[in-house]
Every structure is written in C-alpha cells, then in structure tokens.
Design a protein around this ligand. Structure first.
Ligand SMILES: [Zn+2]
Length: 107
C-alpha cells in the first residue's frame, strides 16, 4: 500500500523532532533559535548537530547529515522508511526508546 503525502505530512507534524531526538539520548541545548547537541551519527566533542524547532528539521555541520523526523528515525534505527513511518504513526512496532511518558502526552 502506498503512503500518501498527506499521511507523511501528518506524521511529520505530529512529532516534535526535538522530543524524538531527546528520546534517543541526545541532549539538546537551546542556542539562539535552534537546539544543538552532540551528533548521534558521528563522533564529536563540540555539538554541531542542530535541530530547528520551526522547520522540524535537523542538520549536522560535522557530517552533513540532515532531514526530517522520519529520516532521523530511519537513520538512527537503521530501518527502512516504511518501518519508521509505521512506528511513528503507531501502526507498526513501536519506535524505541520512546518513553511511555512521552507517548502518554499524545505524541
Ligand atoms: Zn554528525
């Protein structure tokens, strides 16, 4: 079954990337309009992993990784788009390690 763009947009909009990133153990600190943290995709000592809460997109200035919430889960979990989409939309296996407290907030 094909996933419609509308469904994808809904999943993207209903997940705050900042919360999802934090749930994977990345500590984010507010820096200007953005949030920065240590990149989960490469080793670094100075945070260059940036989350833009307005666009709900991330970008790493160190390894050039970037994308949206589905892309982040895909890359972090090492799974396919479909799996990440299903997990985030609550239809597939739940995306680890989202704590139940976050799920309870209706994410
Ligand atoms: Zn990086």
């Amino acid at each position: 079954m094909q996933i419609s763009k509308k469904e994808i947009d809904t999943v993207k909009q209903s997940h705050d990337l900042r919360t999802v990133v934090s749930s994977y153990g990345v500590k984010l600190q507010k820096k200007g309009a953005n949030y920065v943290g240590l990149c989960p995709f490469h080793n670094e000592k100075t945070p260059s992993f940036t989350v833009n809460p307005k666009t709900n997109l991330y970008h790493c200035f160190g390894c050039n990784a970037g994308g949206d919430v589905i892309g982040f889960v895909t890359k972090t979990e090492g799974i396919g788009f479909r799996e990440a989409f299903d997990g985030l939309s609550g239809n597939g296996k739940s995306i680890t390690p989202l704590p139940s407290s976050i799920l309870a907030q209706g994410l």
